[in-house]
Design a protein around this ligand. Structure first.
Ligand code: UDX
Ligand code: ADP
Length: 454
């Protein structure tokens, strides 16, 4: 069998590498219009940072895993085509800021149609609005030729930073297909691919639309948990409750569960906000105004949390950060990735620059992306890979990303070289606040009582 994936990004690359690893008899090709990206996948410096990915790619590259820019030829040769091109939020016209921009996706559908001479199973991997698979089926059927296409939905649930672990041992694999003979055959073919390493009871099948909606719903539920605990963090700061103690207490209720209850500076990443806004738009399209407003609030709370973080920094630093050096520790939207899409650090850095702070950004993997995100700010922002150098002469450090490396720094050494009073704003509650306070820092966690010498 020949499997093709169109789109060599954060989803397509790792997912196909895992399929190639686990299915040595299948030839897996990944194509992208971005030639630099394709070249990077074939080199020692992969286009994305993901723990364990390099080893998986190295094991399969040139054996049964191939990267190419020749999209047309690869389509012609494929039996099964995964579509994992980007589906960003629309920035123009109807639904701007909320609906998915389907231009890359539709272009891909037309390209598949134009280059297919044999029957294909087309697998929707990108997160798309519900009923997009039906639109894809209509485009593919519009050719009027003999070639038959069967469209499946197979949403990806991997999280960045743990992609290899998630792919190797997924909680579940979801495959949506049509309830027809051809649909059932296509579903069975994809089930067989995953069954190479995923226990069959964890491979769920459903109708296409349930599968599409489940992806949006899973991300909406996860983001909702983060927004819920973040909402409570504001109340904890106003009272003397500690959000970590609250998380622990509620998380031990097995009906609630302990995961995804870490209060933070806000959620980021390419999926949560985009998928919720999609869901909101979808609800509005169906006239479900109250349902739309309900989910919209998850995103609004996330914006509030980031704005609140900056407001707190300002008020703790005597209502002015103008001319003050502030080191941001971390810029990626979470640890173990270089991805900065929708990272709260972007909004926070911009607001601090607006307040005329001298912002210095440090991150072990995300500096290149940070420079692109903030390129319009020019030299109003500095970039420094060494956290000690970033903090030198600073009035404050703000932890944006929970990278393990920030927990083991020599904070006495850092404190000694900072301006006084030195503040530490822990946007992830990752560090030992009592120890920092002991050194001399004023420490401000999320949802915690301030530890201040002032
Ligand atoms: C998410 C989903 O988890 C994944 O299933 C889907 O396929 C893609 O979207 P991802 O965005 O890669 O994955 O990372 P995730 O671990 O979900 O974190 C999202 C954001 O929430 C990060 O910014 C993270 O720091 C934040 N978060 C997560 C919190 O602030 N607190 C938590 O308790 C958990
Ligand atoms: P995700 O996080 O969903 O994987 P990315 O942006 O990382 O999203 O990856 C999507 C990839 O799809 C990009 O590398 C982009 O160049 C590629 N792409 C977009 N449109 C096409 C297309 N028509 N043909 C091939 N690749 C495409």
């Amino acid at each position: 069998m020949n499997i093709l994936c169109i789109g060599a990004g954060y989803v397509g690359g790792p997912t196909m590498a895992m399929i190639a690893l686990k299915c040595p008899e299948v030839k897996v090709t990944v194509v992208d219009i971005n030639a630099a990206r394709i070249a990077a996948w074939q080199s020692d410096s992969l286009p994305i940072y993901e723990p364990g990915l390099q080893e998986v790619v190295r094991a399969c590259l040139g054996r049964n895993l191939f990267f190419s820019t020749d999209v047309d030829a690869a389509i012609a040769a494929a039996d099964m085509i995964f579509v994992s091109v980007n589906t960003p939020t629309k920035t123009f016209g109807q639904g701007a800021g909320r609906a998915a921009d389907l231009q890359y996706w539709e272009k891909t559908a037309r390209q598949i149609l134009a280059n297919s001479k044999t029957d294909k199973i087309v697998v929707e991997k990108s997160t798309l609005p519900v009923r997009t698979a039906a639109a894809m089926q209509r485009i593919l059927d519009s050719g009027g030729g003999d070639v038959k296409f069967e469209v499946l939905s197979n949403p990806e649930f991997l999280a960045e930073g743990t992609a290899i672990k998630d792919l190797q041992n997924p909680d579940r694999v979801l495959i949506g297909g049509h309830d027809t003979d051809a649909g059932r055959r296509a579903v069975a073919a994809l089930v067989d691919v995953y069954a190479h390493w995923v226990p069959r009871e964890r491979i769920l099948t459903s109708n296409v639309w349930s599968s599409e909606l489940s992806k949006l719903a899973a991300n909406a539920f996860l983001a909702q948990r983060v927004s819920s605990i973040n909402a409570l963090s504001a109340l904890c700061e106003a009272t003397e409750a500690d959000v970590c103690e609250v998380s622990r207490a509620i998380g031990m209720d097995s009906r609630i569960g302990a995961k995804f209850l870490n209060a933070s500076v806000g959620f980021g990443g390419s999926c949560f906000k985009k998928d919720i806004l999609n869901l909101v738009y979808l609800c509005e399209t169906y006239g479900l105004t109250e349902v739309a407003a309900y989910w919209q609030q998850v995103v609004s709370m996330n914006d509030y949390q980031q704005d609140r973080f900056v407001r707190n920094m300002l008020s703790r630093m005597f209502n002015t950060v103008s001319g003050k050096r502030i080191a941001l520790f971390g810029f990626a939207f979470k640890k173990d990735t270089g991805d900065t899409r929708e990272s709260p650090a972007i909004r926070i850095a911009r607001q601090l620059v607006e307040e005329r702070a001298q912002v210095v950004i440090s991150d072990p993997k995300a500096l290149a992306n940070a420079k692109v995100d903030l390129r319009d700010l020019g030299d109003r922002v500095q970039y420094e890979s060494d956290p000690y150098a970033a903090a030198e002469g600073a009035h404050a450090i703000a932890l944006m990303t929970e990278w393990d490396c920030y927990a083991t720094l020599d904070y006495q050494r850092i404190y000694d070289r900072m301006m006084k009073p030195a503040s530490f704003f822990d946007g992830r509650n990752r560090l030992d606040h009592a120890a920092l306070y002991q050194i001399g820092f004023n420490v401000y966690g999320i949802g915690k009582t301030a530890l201040s010498h002032l």
